[in-house]
Design a protein around this ligand. Structure first.
Ligand code: HPA
Length: 280
């Protein structure tokens, strides 16, 4: 039985983070695989290695550094997670999503999640950025929902609404930001699996039939907890590889990391554009 994080522990972590804050960050940004260099754009950065924070899970994946970068982007106080934790690393869901609870205790109302994903939609090519308009919580449907267990009423209701998991206003800001910079922004549905093995061709055909445009191993648990706690969410997927529905090619982690180098500047431009346009 995996240990479950308690509310007391969440508060302890939040207290530790608070010690590094000068102001309450307005926006939290979680950086996905291969997208870590985005944190280098943060000005006046205060860097906090995850290992200095009690209960914070440590990322074990190549391409995920493990630190918080607290500072400003486009004049907006931001809290950037350079390196995220995935369920497949062996942490319980409550620990995978502990950072999101900490954001909520700190009063951060807006979350931008990024990830690397396989493109299932045949129109998508590696290097594309996809605005996540909705997700399929396949990992949750099969029993791994981070909200399983006693409900934390102080954050949100037992049965939280997920009809607008991704905030419409933030989606519009991302569209405007991309358009303004001449970046093609794809749109679609992200399906979250546990990983770490990549999908079989039959898995991928099934996911396509189910309506997914992109597939990955993160994001959905964090967004579920974010919505439970009343945060508004913007999700962006970097399409790092074409999902291989006919079994003719293989997907590698190296490929995912390499695509990140093409995707990062686009993501940075879109995120900067959103922050410039953010009013509340
Ligand atoms: N499948 C699952 N997760 C991923 C992929 C993929 O093809 N690419 C990047 N993350």
């Amino acid at each position: 039985m995996q240990t479950v994080i308690t509310l007391e522990q969440v508060r302890e972590t939040a207290e530790a983070v608070r010690g590094y804050l000068k102001v309450t960050p307005r926006v939290a940004i979680i950086l996905g695989s291969g997208l870590n260099t985005l944190a280098e754009a943060v000005q006046g950065a205060r860097v906090v290695p995850y290992r200095e924070l009690p209960h914070w899970p440590l990322s074990t994946v190549v391409g995920h550094s493990g630190q918080l970068v607290i500072g400003e982007l486009e004049g907006c106080p931001v809290f950037v997670m350079q390196g995220r934790i995935h369920y497949y690393e062996g942490y319980p869901m409550s620990q995978v999503t502990l950072p999101v609870r900490v954001m909520q205790v700190l009063g951060i109302k807006t979350l931008i999640v990024t990830n690397a994903a396989g493109g299932i939609n045949p129109d998508f090519v590696p290097g594309d950025v996809m605005l996540i308009t909705d997700h399929i919580n396949l990992i949750g449907m099969t029993g791994l929902n981070p909200l399983i267990g006693p409900n934390w009423d102080e954050f949100g209701p037992r049965f939280p609404d997920m009809s607008q998991a991704y905030d419409r206003e933030l989606m519009n800001l991302a569209r405007e930001a991309a358009r303004g910079a001449g970046i093609t922004l794809r749109e679609g549905v992200y399906v979250g699996l546990s990983g770490p093995s990549f999908e079989t061709p039959a898995d991928l055909r099934f996911l396509r039939l189910a309506g997914a445009d992109a597939v990955g191993m993160s994001t959905v648990p964090e967004v579920t907890v974010a919505r439970h706690g009343g945060q508004r969410v913007l999700g962006l997927s970097g399409i790092s590889n074409k999902a291989n529905l006919d079994g003719s090619t293989i997907t590698t982690h190296e490929e995912v990391m390499a695509a990140g180098r093409v995707i990062t500047p686009k993501m940075e431009t879109i995120i900067r554009g959103v922050l410039q346009r953010l009013h509340d």
